[in-house]
Design a protein around this ligand. Structure first.
Ligand SMILES: NC(=O)c1ccc[n+]([C@@H]2O[C@H](COP(=O)([O-])OP(=O)(O)OC[C@H]3O[C@@H](n4cnc5c(N)ncnc54)[C@H](OP(=O)(O)O)[C@@H]3O)[C@@H](O)[C@H]2O)c1
Length: 289
């Protein structure tokens, strides 16, 4: 049995990991959230790691309130950067590999083609800046690291764009949705499956653990407008969707206009097959029935 510690396990990604954990009987999991293991507390992290002695740590804990981070940069930094440094340092101490999840927001969103892992970073938001600081600390403190950047996560757990749109679509007859920001909607269940497949294949020696940054998102590209149209179509919600420009939707955060990531590296290194976002969205609704 390989021991895997999941932090931030009550969030979207952590909950999806828990949900599919039975599919990986070779893994002994410890699922923790702030109640069991506060990742900002170095003593608790050291104690927990020392007792459980995991071979992998999957960090799903984060400060993900993108707008709020602009005015609460201290807390965002503590969780997205300082705590990641603590986890990386302490996991390295016991020879535990760290899989840390990061974001497309480390890029400025002005790229001409899907972002590769080594493209220059240039975060435009407080959230993106703190996540980038976390990446740097992760790499610095644990040489046995994998950083997986993902985008536009949704899940049956927690709050997300899909749930908000379903609510609004049921309340209103008409909705304006941003059409000039594109990215790849990603079902957190797909990312959870990819992470556990990676761990499992490293453990059975069919793949090797190559430290580095990786990009993972569901296949395909959509604007928020396209995404909303697909949600309403699949969920059979009768609400007219009108495309609007980012400038017509005031926000404290400048969100990336172009958030598409190149996933060749993770697909090649780990033989992953990534579903198209539209298929995965259909599956999400099928499973909910
Ligand atoms: N959501 C997206 O669209 C998106 C896009 C790209 C990348 N990502 C990245 O993907 C990862 C997973 O995102 P997610 O959407 O699953 O996040 P999430 O739903 O916000 O989950 C984060 C979890 O961490 C917990 N947490 C907060 N403070 C903690 C602490 N001190 N110690 C331990 N746990 C703590 C949170 O608890 P509380 O809820 O009680 O605070 C929550 O359960 C994150 O690294 C995020 O930056 C997300």
């Amino acid at each position: 049995m390989v021991k895997v510690l999941v932090t931030g396990a009550n969030g979207q990604l952590g909950s999806e990991l828990r949900k599919i954990s039975d599919l990986f009987p070779e893994i002994e999991f410890s699922f923790t959230d702030v109640g069991e293991l506060d990742i900002t507390d170095p003593w608790k992290v050291a104690d927990f790691l020392g007792i459980f002695k995991p071979r992998f740590l999957v960090n799903c804990a984060a400060y993900t309130a993108v707008d709020k981070a602009e005015t609460d940069i201290e807390t965002a930094t503590l969780l997205n950067a300082t705590a990641v440094g603590i986890l990386a340092e302490q996991s390295a101490e016991i020879g535990c590999k760290m899989i840390h999840v990061s974001t497309d927001y480390v890029f400025n969103g002005r790229g001409p083609r899907p972002y590769k892992e080594d493209d220059p970073v240039d975060p435009q938001s407080a959230y993106g800046k703190t996540k980038l600081e976390g990446e740097v600390l992760c790499m610095k403190n644990n040489p046995e690291y994998m950083i997986i950047r993902t985008s536009w996560l949704y899940s049956a757990f927690g709050n997300n764009f899909v749930k908000t749109m379903i609510r609004l679509g049921n309340e209103r007859d008409e909705l304006g949705v941003i059409a000039d920001q594109v990215g790849s909607p990603t079902n957190a269940a797909d990312l959870a499956h990819a992470i556990l497949t990676i761990i499992s294949s490293v453990e059975n020696n069919s793949k090797s653990f190559v430290p580095g940054i990786y990009h993972y998102a569901d296949e395909g590209v959509a604007s928020w407008y396209d995404f909303t149209k697909a949600i309403f179509e699949i969920a059979r919600i009768n609400c007219l969707v009108n495309p609007i420009a980012s400038e017509d939707y005031p926000s404290p955060v400048q969100r990336p206009a172009y958030s598409v990531m190149n996933k060749s590296k993770i697909k090649l290194n780990f033989g992953l097959q990534i579903p198209h976002w539209r298929d995965s969205l259909s599956e999400y609704f099928q499973k909910k029935q």
